[in-house]
Ligand binder design. Structure first.
Ligand code: GLU
Length: 378
């Protein structure tokens, strides 16, 4: 991979996830959206879109906005009250993004996710496909946690880690956390004059983790601990991560102009990291045997289409890892199946355009998409 600097990461990335925290978006004094700031980041994003980049926004603010509308913002909220606030505020939040980006003719789309949607492979593939379709259509997905259905045990709770999971899911090259600090310091800069800023972090060591202090000793509103956890998730997925001060009127333009930030470097590409994730997945739940034509196509990096399938074996669901063999039983590779075993068996040997008539729904054209396939032997 080409050596990247904090300054070159943004211009060089083709797909970028931008995380925006409540503190930037909500005007505490006026109890509403900070529309001036939102207009600035929308201008920033429209510039990236015009340069041909895919942008995903992960936006907080639903609970902060909703609790103000419901007039419960001056107390500690119960889980139900937080969920009620999220349900109320999410409407305003989605509208605000639609208006702000709409001013630049950029279409937005709301995506609400629970941890299950990024962790369970079947759901992960669905969310990933929807996100890919939106990006292909030029839209900016605006993502938040699905707070109204999340319970205390099964929620991300913070959008730093959600943003990192989203970056991994969409194969982004760069995740930017817009914060109220300009990066990671060796100690808390507000009470330690000797604290120094770290512009570039190659590896998230225990020493680096210790710099964030504990969850109770935060110096950014979202906490540095969750930001470092986000950095771990995103760099492992091949995505660089930047923490920068989002309070500027156009923070991304400032970043490109060389504003101070901390950049956590990924060591491999998102594509290579995804292949590793698949290769390192659990034991295969089934086997698909393919004909010679399909075997050659797979070795050239193509997807597996139903037409090339000779036999389907095992009990697997959509999203499960399966082994692919040639007609002699030799393993060619492993991949995540777009179909469960029963449906895969029904469509084997058929053209993709026949899938809908055979299954009663229009599924994916390929049984294993090339992105989800690792060829182990060539
Ligand atoms: N999902 C929460 C909200 O929109 C925010 C979580 C966070 O700020 O990290 O209100």
């Amino acid at each position: 991979m080409v050596a990247i600097t904090a300054r070159s990461a943004l211009p060089e990335a083709r797909r970028i996830v931008i995380k925006v925290g409540s503190a930037l978006l909500v005007d505490e004094a006026k109890n509403t959206i900070n529309t001036a700031w939102l207009a600035g980041i929308a201008r920033d994003i429209s510039r990236l879109k015009a340069a041909g980049k895919d942008v995903v926004v992960v936006s907080s603010g639903a609970i902060a906005l909703g609790s103000r509308l419901l007039k419960i913002h001056n107390k500690t909220l119960s889980l139900q009250e937080k969920q009620a606030a999220a349900a109320t505020g999410q409407v305003i939040l989605a509208h605000a993004w639609m208006d702000a980006l709409g001013a630049y003719n950029v279409q937005t789309a709301q995506i609400l996710l629970s941890p299950d949607d990024t962790e369970t492979r079947r759901k992960h593939l669905n969310a990933r496909a929807t996100m890919a379709a939106l990006l292909d259509l030029g839209a900016v997905p605006v993502v938040n946690e699905n707070d109204t259905v999340a319970t205390a045990e099964i929620r991300f709770g913070d959008n730093d880690r959600l943003a990192a999971r989203v970056a991994a899911m969409v194969g982004a090259e760069l995740l930017i956390l817009l914060s109220d600090v300009d990066g990671l310091y060796t100690a808390n800069p507000s009470d330690d004059a000797a604290a120094t800023h770290l512009p570039r972090i190659e590896q998230i060591t225990d020493e680096i983790m210790a710099m964030a202090g504990t969850a109770n000793a935060q110096y950014a509103s979202g906490g540095m601990v969750t930001k470092l956890e986000a950095a771990r998730i995103s760099t492992a997925a091949g995505c660089h991560m930047i923490i920068c001060d989002g309070r500027d009127p156009e923070p991304l333009a400032s970043l490109e102009a060389g504003a101070r930030c901390s950049c956590f470097m990924a060591t491999e590409s998102p594509h290579a990291a995804r292949k590793q994730w698949i290769a390192g997945a659990l034991t295969p739940r089934g086997t698909i045997c393919v004909d010679a034509g399909a075997a050659t196509a797979l070795r050239k990096g193509k997807s597996l289409l139903p037409a090339g399938v000779l036999a389907v074996d095992g009990q697997f669901d959509r999203g499960d890892l399966i082994a692919v063999t040639d007609s002699s039983g030799k393993i060619i590779g492993h991949g995540l199946s777009s179909y469960g075993a029963a449906d895969a068996a029904k469509i084997k040997g058929h053209k993709s355009r026949e899938i809908e008539a055979m299954l009663g729904y229009r599924g994916r054209d390929e049984i294993i998409h090339a992105d989800n396939l690792v060829v182990t032997e060539s």
